[in-house]
Design a protein around this ligand. Structure first.
Ligand code: ADP
Length: 514
């Protein structure tokens, strides 16, 4: 970002330098053209000056020559010579007029021309100014032409001529030529200066515009190349990542397939095992019942005839058979809960609770237990399973109490919103469970107390856990030792339950609905 900014600044600076150089070049070319034009015009004026002053000198010389000729000639030539002299005089007058007008104009323009004007108009070293001498010269020549004082006028002409008239006119010509030459030199110099300025501008442009511009372009190209390399590296790494993700995706898909297969296999095994357990339990139930009847019969008919040891053994056999029946009953219940055959339906939880409590009527009244049931909603689930869940939780709440304590049990539901998911809870004031045992108690055959203190099979909460899972939820306990317990089962309505493969509490994979 910073390099882009500095490149932008450099580009701006180079562009400004380029514009400045162009401006200088334009100004110098314009000035050069203007000055050249001016000098050229002056040179043109100079050329005319040289021409006029040369003509002046030539006419002056001709006048004296024709004057002499006129005074010495006779016959027919005299008129011709006079005519020629008159023409020369008129031409000289015209030349003088032109020259003076030009010189007066020039005298206002520069010191050099003023010096030249001085040569013609000023008195140098006390001598009569040149223009006065030229005019006097003309006056004398006119007199000769007109035939007045001819000898004296010729004499005066000669005196003026000898006094250096021609030489002074030569000086004016030379000064004019020198001025013109100087102007030509100035023009040539201007040409050189223009060339030098143009070269200087080219050098300045090379140093300040083209070289930095070239460097900038080079740097920009390098940056672009580097970016290109970076982009191509990023592209390659992206491609590699995509490849690796695709590979992982494939791996996950194959793992998922394997897990599904394994789950289905284990599910089939579990069902098989459950069916087997159910069949065995069911088959055991009848002999156990028969044994119970026989032992009861024996107790009624033969107990008085037996000694104390015999009676004790009979008692123990009756207790064992009862436990066996209880275990078979719980095992059948567990197997039935793990293999739900029934269809879900909308059920009134208030009715479910009432049906369950009826089973405990005797115990409730014997122990003066207090049961509070909060208003409960309807729920879409398996009625028999919900009843077994409630039965086990209420049974434990009544059972796990201190001796002689009055059980206080509350049953309620937390509605978890419009999804219909509920938390069904059963709270008691019993002996409580220490936190380290909270997860243990839901395991198969897990019990925290000896049978003599609190009878049981260790299958009740396992069955509850299975039923909660069957309803797409779970079960947990909030409890402290000696502070009562609250069992909370989260249950989803059957319609909302995702079809999931649940391998354990952490890992669950959503399956496409069959
Ligand atoms: P069971 O009741 O046949 O012993 P459960 O699976 O129902 O078996 O319960 C497992 C163990 O959890 C119980 O043996 C008991 O130690 C503990 N437990 C269950 N419910 C309660 C409760 N309401 N209060 C205290 N302890 C409980």
């Amino acid at each position: 970002m910073t390099s882009e900014r500095s490149a932008h600044m450099s580009l701006r600076r180079i562009f400004l330098m380029y514009l400045a150089a162009l401006a200088v070049l334009f100004t110098s070319v314009t000035a050069s053209l203007f000055l050249t034009d001016r000098v050229t015009k002056q040179v043109e004026v100079d050329a005319s000056e040289i021409n006029i002053s040369g003509r002046q000198r030539m006419l002056s010389q001709r006048i004296i020559y024709l004057s002499q000729d006129l005074l010495t000639s006779d016959g027919a030539d005299t008129e011709n010579t006079r005519m020629a002299l008159r023409t020369a005089i008129e031409e000289l007058e015209a030349a003088i007029d032109l020259f003076e007008a030009s010189h007066i104009a020039l005298s206002t323009r520069s010191d050099l021309d003023a010096a030249r004007v001085e040569l013609y108009f000023a008195s140098i070293d006390g001598a009569t100014p040149l223009n006065a001498r030229v005019k006097d010269y003309l006056v004398q020549a006119r007199k000769i032409v007109d035939g007045n004082d001819t000898a004296q006028s010729l004499q005066r002409l000669k005196e003026i001529e000898r006094g250096g008239l021609l030489a002074d006119l030569d000086k004016v010509v030379a000064a004019t030529e020198a001025a013109s030459l100087q102007r030509l030199n100035t023009m040539r110099d201007l040409g050189w200066y223009s060339l030098i300025i143009a070269l200087a501008i080219i050098v300045v442009e090379i140093l300040l515009v083209f070289l930095p511009g070239h460097r900038l372009i080079q740097a920009t190209l390098d940056t672009l190349r580097a970016r290109n390399v970076q982009l191509s590296d990023a592209h390659k790494s992206l491609q590699a990542k995509t490849q690796s993700l695709l590979a992982k995706n494939e791996q996950i898909a194959s793992d998922r397939k394997r897990l599904e297969d394994a789950w289905q296999e284990s599910e089939a095994l579990r069902r098989e095992q459950s069916d087997f357990t159910y069949a065995v339990s069911h088959d055991l139930k009848s002999p156990a019942n028969t044994m119970h009847l026989l032992l009861n019969e024996m107790s009624l008919e033969h107990a008085p005839k037996m000694d104390e040891d015999g009676n004790q053994l009979l008692e123990m056999a009756l207790g064992t058979v009862k436990r066996m029946e209880m275990q078979i009953e719980d095992l059948l219940q567990y197997c039935w809960a793990t293999n739900p055959q029934s269809e879900p339906e909308t059920l009134d939880l208030n009715e479910c609770v009432s049906d369950v409590l009826v089973e405990f009527n005797d115990e409730i009244s014997q122990r003066d237990a207090r049961i509070d049931v909060e208003p409960l909603p309807q729920f879409f689930g398996h009625p028999m399973q919900i009843k077994v869940l409630l039965k086990n939780l209420v049974q434990n709440a009544l059972k796990f109490q201190l001796d002689g304590a009055q059980p206080q049990i509350t049953i309620g539901v937390n509605d978890l919103g419009p999804s219909g998911v509920i938390e069904l809870w059963v709270r008691d004031n019993g002996i409580g469970i220490s936190p380290e045992n909270h997860s243990k108690i839901f395991g198969l055959f897990q019990r925290l107390h000896v049978r003599e203190s609190y009878p049981g099979t260790g299958l009740g909460l396992t069955t509850c856990h299975r039923i909660a899972r069957n309803h797409g939820g779970n079960i947990m306990v909030e409890s402290e030792e000696g502070a009562g317990s609250c069992f909370i089962a989260t249950l989803r309505p059957a319609a909302l339950r995702p079809s999931t493969i649940e391998l354990d509490d952490e890992l669950s994979i959503t399956r496409s609905a069959a």
